[in-house]
Ligand binder design. Structure first.
Ligand code: PEP
Length: 253
């Protein structure tokens, strides 16, 4: 049987309308026959075009952040209700760039996860260690703590509506990919840890992606690992030909 993968592109703060509209039209056609789950997280101003071109298509779409409050005096922020106006399927939460540059904390990540779930938007929860933490052998400790805090008050029945992404900080946008063994080791640990937290008997419903310099050349190697359910892809998703190679990856289970 073919493994059903999730391949989700994170545009970050890249591309503008003149690139995005042709991209959306093309990805819709390119993803028509893939058996994988394909998605893109675009900058807020382009969600209107994602809705226009991708609604009811094979391509999921969403945002890269949200605010956990419904409304109010939060200049520059965007609420889950606003994302729902664009029928967003998903939202990235706790990306390391937001944790590092915008003071995203484990507590705000948790509030955002709860808000996304109660708004029927799939949260893609990002976790990952820094290079120094890996060198100090603290990877599992750091990740367990991020996961435990992100999932505070999340009910067991909501776990199947959550996607996790293991994104070692040292591999994001650096061209330095984790080896497939390193990614597998951490992702299989994450699945076991969540099972332990929720006293689950099986890891079947837990979806964990790998993110960090995944590209058209290394994707198969990473995606064939048994615990890896897909990829969160930054740089390489901006080039649709490359992203197409990645989201058409076929792995036999
Ligand atoms: C990301 O932004 O989530 C990411 C994995 O970026 P890149 O693929 O560029 O390392």
């Amino acid at each position: 049987m073919e493994k059903e993968l999730y391949l989700i592109g994170n545009f970050k703060m890249n591309l503008t309308k003149s690139d995005i509209i042709p991209y959306l039209k093309k990805i819709k056609k390119m993803a028509k026959n893939t058996n994988n789950h394909v998605g893109i997280c675009v900058p807020y101003p382009y969600l209107c075009y994602a809705k226009k071109y991708l609604n009811h298509s094979n391509v999921l779409y969403g945002a890269q952040n949200l605010h956990y409050k419904e409304s109010g005096a939060f200049t520059g922020e965007v609420s889950a209700e606003m994302l729902n106006d664009f029928n967003c399927d998903m939202v990235i939460i706790g990306h390391s760039e937001r944790r590092n540059y915008y003071n995203e904390t484990d507590d705000s990540v948790n509030l955002k996860v709860l808000k996304a779930l109660s708004s029927n938007i799939v949260p893609i929860i990002c976790v990952g260690e820094s290079e120094l933490e890996r060198e100090k052998n603290e990877t599992f400790k750091v990740i367990d703590n991020q996961i435990k805090k992100a999932l505070k008050d999340v009910k067991v029945e909501d776990l199947s509506s959550v996607i996790f992404a293991y994104e070692p900080i040292w591999a994001i946008g650096t061209g330095k990919t984790a080896t497939s063994e390193q990614a597998e080791e951490v992702i299989s640990h994450i699945k076991k840890y969540i099972c332990k937290l929720y006293k689950l008997k099986s890891t079947d419903l837990i979806v964990v992606l790998y993110g960090g310099s995944m590209n058209e050349k290394n994707a198969t190697e990473l995606l064939k690992m048994p615990s890896i359910d897909g990829g969160l892809i930054g740089g390489a998703c901006l080039n649709l030909e490359k992203f197409g190679v990645i989201f058409n990856t076929k792995i036999n289970d």
